[in-house]
Design a protein around this ligand. Structure first.
Ligand code: C2E
Ligand code: MG
Ligand code: MG
Ligand code: MG
Length: 280
């Protein structure tokens, strides 16, 4: 009987595995198709200064075409990394975001564009040249461009990644460590790499409120990070209470559904027309 159960379990896993495998292959093929058809979309989530309450920049976030089934970036970005489509996809993101930055930069000189960069892209020698090409083409200042990377880029201590990051930083691009506080949260990572900005992961906000344990973590982390000289951004700010707490802690910038979700460029522009952009 137990033998039978074991067999059943194995075939269950096998089915599960086959399902996941075919789903991955399907998404992979669709990514190729979407790249070819220029069907991906780029949305922008406004970033607010706690000092002025004004928008100082945006984070570019990729969106699957408006079609069924709809996949989230958390599902299709890792797949694009595994099949190395992320270089091509990433170049489309960079070109699109920087063309848009050229427009918004005319409205506010130090307006910033944050772009998420996968570790796989950092391993590619072409990345630096691609960025330099774009800033020349659009007459952009590298300081207005923030590259968001996660700690997964550091775990293998990959020399190619370190070299690319150092070169980008020397060129004047700003580097943000994304999702800090949810994974490794290593102090060594903070001191070994050319990081300018640390983004506190949205999971730290979930229980909100100054009384929660999460609030103590945010308080302790932001104190340490500010003392180390980093600019600090809080992600996933959804309530007024969370915002006031970030403001009290002198966290520099906030992002979250309380202010705005990621929007198409035209909708972000409408928001700008209403709010006045400010520099830095
Ligand atoms: P991320 O870079 O940490 O981006 C923040 C995510 O949190 C976004 O999800 C955003 O929509 C969401 N978010 C913003 N405010 C709130 C809030 O107040 N509450 C909650 N619950 N969520 C909020 P999204 O757009 O689904 O992206 C997920 C992840 O996919 C990103 O996390 C990033 O790691 C990756 N990603 C997105 N676009 C790109 C891209 O162009 N290139 C690469 N390599 N990765 C990307
Ligand atoms: Mg990000
Ligand atoms: Mg994040
Ligand atoms: Mg993330």
């Amino acid at each position: 009987r137990s033998k039978q159960n074991g067999k059943g379990r194995i075939s269950f896993y096998k089915e599960q595995y086959q399902y996941e495998f075919s789903r991955r292959v399907e998404i992979q093929n669709k990514i190729k198709e979407n790249i070819k058809n220029n069907a991906f979309r780029l949305f922008y989530q406004p970033v607010f200064s706690t000092a002025t309450n004004k928008v100082t920049g945006v984070e570019a976030l990729i969106r699957w075409p408006e079609e069924e089934p709809y996949y989230t970036p958390d599902e299709f970005i890792p797949i694009s990394e595994q099949c190395r489509l992320v270089d091509q996809l990433g170049e489309w993101v960079i070109a699109t975001a920087l063309a848009q930055l050229a427009i918004w930069q005319q409205q506010a000189e130090s307006f910033s564009m944050s772009i998420n960069i996968s570790p796989v892209q950092l391993q590619n020698d072409r990345l630096l040249a691609y960025f330099i090409n774009c800033i020349d083409k659009y007459q952009l200042k590298p300081a207005n461009i923030i590259l968001e990377i996660t700690e997964t880029a550091f775990i293998e201590d990959d020399l190619k990644i370190t070299n690319t990051l150092n070169a980008l930083s020397e060129k004047g691009f700003r580097i943000a460590l994304d999702d800090f506080g949810m994974g490794y949260s290593s102090i060594a990572h903070l001191t070994s790499y050319p990081i300018d900005i640390v983004k506190l992961d949205k999971s730290l906000q979930t229980n909100g409120g100054p009384k929660a344990k999460h609030a103590k973590v945010i308080e302790g982390l932001s104190l340490m990070l500010k003392a180390m000289g980093f600019a600090v951004v809080a992600e996933g700010v959804e309530t007024q209470e969370q915002y006031l707490f970030c403001n009290e802690l002198d966290i520099n910038h906030v992002q979250g559904f309380l202010f705005s979700k990621a929007l198409p460029a035209e909708e972000v522009q409408l928001l700008f027309n209403k709010t006045n952009l400010v520099n830095s």
